[in-house]
Design a protein around this ligand. Structure first.
Ligand code: NIG
Ligand code: FE
Length: 412
């Protein structure tokens, strides 16, 4: 088993002595650190860390990290990185005054992405998604959830999920797959929505589960997309096939998405721009993880989710990029942390926990990812020389990451 020893680390961030549950409320601002430290990996795991006074005397490879920080790699629990083409034309239309919902009603948006994806060969889709995955890895992402949802027919949804499986098999990053056939109602079902819901519940979900292509089932439960009742029907069918809910809720309206997610034991409910007091209370009485997506608010120029209030009320949040061609064409987590701090008034330490350990929990990877813990997967970021995590978030837009280690191996 090959070992990697990182020495003279200025500060290690995100230490946990053992795998711990979701960080909630005031605990979200606590990040355990160690100065002047070493970290040792063996095979694909972290085998130990400690002060330089106790550094081991050998390893297969030694890296000097003088002046640098070592962090656990990011855990991005909500993305849509498999898509055929960008939608920069719609972006310009929005700048000219159209809204995201107006574009969707005119057959743009998700339906636009679906039309292009259906005619794109699987291998070409794989190559563009693999390039995006490589890009986010170089920006520090080590575990990522990826959704289907730009196929919207059985064959194309399966094609997307096979691309995600290939990314999982061929990338050093940890990949979790989510079936999002309920992303939008295709135009030919507009007058017979029940028929599309039946296609989802009776054909797509059984096939996806039968081929073992996804862990989770998502529904875009929101105004103009899927209703609470439709969401409930889809999630119940998914549960019968062992697919757990992670859903889009309350982005465009306060439409009951949070409650239907909780009622179906969702792992997470994501977006939450339009939630109120009632949703916060419901989340407090549940194990469902609220996940907020600040780059979507930035890019669509919509409300930010009330993340400050949620933490002050004692909730534990995950933050994810939502990397997708329509509402967040970016997978840059350091920039995302700056958006969360500046626009949601989070502290850098809170943003850090939200994109590491809490993001890991939002993918059910909390036992193996998201912190510097002996025995966890050795997914690490080594920064350029840098004073602190606060500095990293403060100096937004700069590229602070020097090296990324995934499963114990340097990947860039
Ligand atoms: O999370 N809101 C629904 N789905 C994506 C956007 C999809 C798209 O516009 O292509 C999101 O924002
Ligand atoms: Fe999304």
């Amino acid at each position: 088993m090959s070992s990697l020893l990182i020495v003279n680390i200025k500060t290690i961030y995100g230490i946990q002595s053992e795998p711990l549950p979701l960080k909630k409320g005031a605990a979200m601002s606590v990040v355990d650190t160690l100065d002047n430290a070493y970290l040792l990996t063996e095979g694909d795991r972290i085998s130990g860390f400690g002060p330089m006074s106790e550094v081991p005397d050998r390893a297969d490879k030694i890296l000097d990290a003088t002046g640098r920080l070592v962090l656990p790699s990011w855990c991005d629990s909500h993305t849509h990185i498999v898509y055929a083409r960008g939608r920069e034309g719609e972006y310009v239309s929005r700048l000219r005054g159209l809204s995201y919902e107006e574009i969707a009603r005119q057959g743009g948006g998700i339906l636009n992405s679906a039309a292009v994806l259906r005619s794109t060969p699987e291998d070409q889709l794989y190559r563009s998604a693999a390039d995006r995955l490589q890009e986010v890895i170089s920006m520090g992402t080590g575990a990522i959830e990826i959704k289907s949802g730009y196929g919207l027919d059985t064959e194309s949804e399966i094609k997307m999920l096979r691309v995600i499986r290939r990314l999982r098999d061929e990338s050093p990053a940890t990949v979790r797959a989510t079936f999002l056939g309920a992303h939008a109602v295709p135009a030919q079902y507009r007058d017979d929505r029940t028929k599309y819901i039946s296609l989802l519940t009776d054909e797509m979900i059984p096939m996806v589960a039968g081929e073992g292509l996804a862990e989770y089932c998502d529904v875009f439960c929101d105004r103009g997309f899927f209703t609470v009742e439709e969401t409930d029907t889809i999630l119940r069918a998914a549960a019968r096939y062992g697919l757990k809910p992670k859903i889009h809720a309350n982005e465009l309206a306060n439409s009951g998405g949070v409650q239907v997610g909780i009622a179906n034991n969702a792992i997470s409910v994501d977006h939450l721009e339009m939630i109120g007091e009632e949703e916060i209370m419901a989340l407090k009485n549940s194990d469902t993880i609220p996940t907020v997506l600040p780059s979507c608010s930035f890019f669509l120029n919509i409300h930010y989710a009330p993340a400050r209030k949620m933490i002050d009320e004692g909730l534990g949040l995950a933050i994810a990029t939502d990397f997708n061609p329509g509402s967040s064409p970016s997978g840059n987590i350091p920039l995302l942390m700056a958006l969360a701090c500046n626009n949601m008034r989070l502290l850098p330490s809170e943003a850090f926990n939200a994109v590491t350990i809490n993001g890991a929990h939002a993918m059910e990877l909390g036992q193996t990812h998201g912190s510097i813990t002996a025995g966890k997967i050795a997914n690490l970021i080594i920064t350029k020389p840098l004073p602190s995590l606060d500095y990293m978030v403060y100096s937004f837009g700069s590229s602070h990451i020097d090296k990324v280690v995934l499963r114990g191996k340097l990947v860039n």
